[in-house]
Write a protein that binds this ligand. Structure first.
Ligand code: GLC
Ligand code: CA
Length: 539
């Protein structure tokens, strides 16, 4: 474990560029807008930003359909603006991560246009092709039939507009060769490495790897495919030839796999989804179980167990698990939490937990999920989490000077009462709570990625959770009771707990309601009002 690596112990902020800040009045966010808001990000206290894809694209999946890996979509700016963004961010001590979308390209990418041609060329094997008469069932994804010039169908795991690149699909043995070591496939990988170098040379601080486990699918096989791991390890080598760069995976897998692929971090997505989001009504599934961070309250033991298991394995491998407040792919947490006080309780956990957390833009002011907002650019049920950032109570919430009807997405209707400006001036707002928690995390190492954690109160079916963080010169007790029911919890100490040695008081540092300081004795009585969190210093 090497805790000196910045990305293992940073607070990240995810920017969905379409919706953050429009600088030229065309109704869509852009890089110049992000530069304009860097001071805000600095004031929040975050260490790094991750940008969703900003490459040229026909935007059939909001930019996750890349048409040119080495340029900037004109709607966001150009390479000069990008270079300035890097420079301005670095000036403020903020690092910048880009999205690497390598599982697929856009069907308008010049490589694909060549690949689908009848006559064989350099690109013919770069995508996954098979005979339309015997499409192979890979158990996931689909084959686009009858649409190419060559007499074959192409494989796409996501939309029809996103043909998969070929990293050696073993089920698709072809006479003309299709193995990982095939020279044409090697050429593709060299090209992709060139993409990584291109951005690192411009000064980016690392990447978030999109859909990392999707690269190679073999029918009947689960988990990360060997070829997928080989490819990511090759990319890691390129990244390692630069100094101190982050490589974080989006995936739905376990720590073992992160290690095989040589990532430094991995989002904890399925669990965060179960924790913070209902199944959207558009996806008719079983009703979700009651959630811990909701007025009804619910069980948290499963999350804590699964999280800490992965966390422990990860740090042994010089990696971290990234907890998130949300993302562009899931409904916003405000939908489950329902109350601002409960949102604060989640942030209290996120920002005092052993993780390198990601905050999704707008969650820090509790932006709402807009149910059934019409979809655009392939957003579908994700649309409602992608509305413009609410900066102030002025036109379009300060996001854009365009006519409201020309905005990329409409501004949520609550913007006059829910925006950055209002929350900056209210000491108890979600925004100021988040700022306070980030500051505490920065100033007290035990509350960050590598401090010890002990559960003081964690029970199946219980609606509250109390834990301590300690061991690096400071110690804290964090009490969470998001539910609508207040409760009194008695903690019995054995006298062996390191964090309580010589301690006299629990002194409240940040809490959702004013609470008194508490004397530390063999038995501590904690009163947890409803919708509550408190961070106490053990001193
Ligand atoms: C990832 C992205 C998602 C995108 C998909 C295909 O899951 O987060 O937004 O649709 O990959 O690229
Ligand atoms: Ca714009």
């Amino acid at each position: 474990m090497n805790s000196s690596k910045w990305y293992l112990n940073s607070v990240f902020y995810q920017i969905y560029p379409q919706s953050f800040q429009d600088s030229n009045g065309d109704g869509i966010g852009d890089l110049e807008g992000i530069i304009y808001r860097l001071d805000y990000l600095k004031s929040l206290g975050i260490d790094a930003i991750w940008l969703n894809p900003i490459y040229p694209s026909p935007f059939k999946d909001a930019g996750y359909d890349v048409a040119d890996y080495k340029n900037i979509a004109p709607r966001y700016g150009d390479l000069n603006t990008f270079d300035r963004l890097i420079k301005e961010a670095h000036k403020r001590g903020i690092k910048v991560l880009m999205d690497l979308v390598f599982n697929h390209t856009s069907n308008e990418h010049p490589w694909f246009k060549q690949s689908q041609k009848m006559e064989r060329n350099r690109y013919s094997k770069w995508y996954v092709w098979c005979s339309p008469f015997e499409p192979i069932n890979l158990g996931t994804g689909s084959w686009a039939m009858w649409v190419s010039e060559r007499y074959e169908s192409y494989y796409h795991q996501f939309t029809f507009y996103q043909p998969d690149l070929n990293f050696g699909f073993p089920n698709l043995a072809r006479e003309d060769g299709n193995s990982y070591d095939d020279p044409d496939l090697k050429a593709l990988r060299e090209e992709l490495k060139g993409v990584v170098r291109f951005w690192l040379d411009r000064g980016v601080d690392g990447f978030r790897a999109d859909a990392m486990e999707a690269l190679v699918i073999e029918a009947g096989k689960k988990g990360i495919h060997g070829n997928t791991a080989r490819f990511w390890s090759e990319i890691r080598q390129v990244i390692d030839s630069y100094k101190d760069k982050a490589f974080i995976a989006e995936g739905f897998h376990h720590t073992e796999d992160i290690a095989r692929c040589k990532f430094n971090g991995c989002f904890f997505i399925p669990q965060t989804w179960r924790l913070l989001a209902p199944d959207p009504p558009q996806r008719k599934r079983e009703p979700s179980p009651v959630k811990f961070f909701s007025p009804q309250g619910g069980d948290l033991t499963w999350f804590v167990e699964e999280y800490l298991k992965e966390y422990k394995e990860a740090i042994e491998q010089d990696a971290i698990i990234n907890m998130i407040s949300g993302s562009h792919d899931m409904p916003r947490m405000s939908w489950i939490c329902q109350k601002d006080e409960i949102i604060k309780a989640y942030f209290a956990m996120l920002l005092t937990y052993p993780t390198a957390p990601f905050i999704y833009y707008g969650d820090e002011i509790g932006m709402q999920y807009w149910v059934n907002l019409p979809s655009r650019e392939g957003a579908s049920f994700r649309t409602g989490s992608r509305t413009p950032m609410q900066w102030n109570g002025k036109k379009n919430a300060g996001f854009s000077s365009a006519e409201s009807s020309r905005l990329y997405f409409p501004v949520n209707k609550d913007y006059p009462v829910r925006n950055v400006e209002i929350q900056e001036s209210s000491p108890t707002s979600i925004l100021n709570t988040v700022k306070g928690l980030i500051k505490l995390r920065k100033e007290n190492p035990s509350s960050g990625a590598f401090g010890n954690i002990r559960h003081l109160h964690l029970k199946k079916g219980d609606k509250s959770y109390i834990y301590s963080r300690y061991g690096q010169g400071d110690a804290f007790l964090i009490a969470l009771n998001p539910s609508d029911t207040s409760r009194k919890i008695r903690l019995k100490l054995t006298g062996e707990e390191e964090e309580f040695k010589g301690a006299k008081y629990l002194v409240p540092e940040i809490s959702s309601q004013k609470v008194p300081k508490i004397a530390v004795e063999k038995e501590i009585s904690l009163w947890l009002p409803s919708n509550f969190f408190a961070v106490y210093r053990i001193s």
